[in-house]
Write a protein that binds this ligand. Structure first.
Ligand SMILES: O=C(O)CCC(=O)C(=O)O
Length: 192
């Protein structure tokens, strides 16, 4: 299991600036998680999941603007503990830029999301953005956890390949092999 980040606000901020991500545990309690797990099982959400299955990603299904579909997700977006951490990282006056839920089949190669950076998808004039990623199911290397390359945000945004710079050039993605096994197995994001 990967090491969770702990410490004061400035310590969390320093770790985030250095590595490009933080792993936090216990932000939500059991009941809050249960509420979200029940929300994803509701007919409305499941109907959208089936409708949005993406053939080109071998079964990955994405519902954008999930906070508009079920109030449990809006409640999550307003969770004071979550907002407190985000404020520590990027400052106050937080706005949602977008939100979504991803379903990945838990089989090898199914629903694979390739190495990429988010920033070129959401060009902004500064870097006061962060992605909050919550895992609702157990996730590990075998069932396709998201992975990150610690510190690779320092390579810069969009400079990672020919063309739009959204997908990462394979030589950069090879850097994934440098990620310590303990991190690679457990980190949540497949991001540079
Ligand atoms: O779930 C994953 O493996 C990656 C998801 C992701 O990177 C994204 O949605 O931007």
């Amino acid at each position: 299991m990967p090491e969770a980040a702990t410490g004061s606000g400035p310590e969390l901020r320093a770790k985030y600036d250095r590595d490009g991500y933080l792993i936090l545990r216990g932000l939500l309690d059991r009941l809050q998680l249960q509420e979200l797990r029940e929300a994803v099982e509701t007919p409305l959400v499941q109907e959208q999941r089936r409708a949005n299955r993406r053939k080109e990603y071998a079964g990955l299904s994405i519902i954008h603007d999930i906070i508009l579909l079920h109030p449990a997700f809006l409640k999550l977006a307003r969770n004071p503990k979550l907002l407190e951490v985000i404020e520590t990282l990027i400052g106050a006056n937080i706005e949602i830029q977008h939100c979504k839920i991803n379903w990945k089949p838990g089989e090898e190669g199914a629903g694979e999301v390739k190495w990429h950076q988010d920033f070129p998808y959401l060009p902004h004039t500064n870097y006061d953005l962060c992605a909050a990623f919550l895992v609702l199911d157990e996730t590990n290397a075998e069932n396709g956890c998201m992975r990150v390359i610690p510190g690779s945000h320092m390579l810069g945004a969009g400079g990672c390949g020919a063309g739009a710079g959204r997908r990462v050039h394979s030589s950069r993605a090879d850097a994934a092999q440098l990620v310590p096994e303990s991190i690679a197995k457990s980190t949540l994001r497949n991001h540079l």
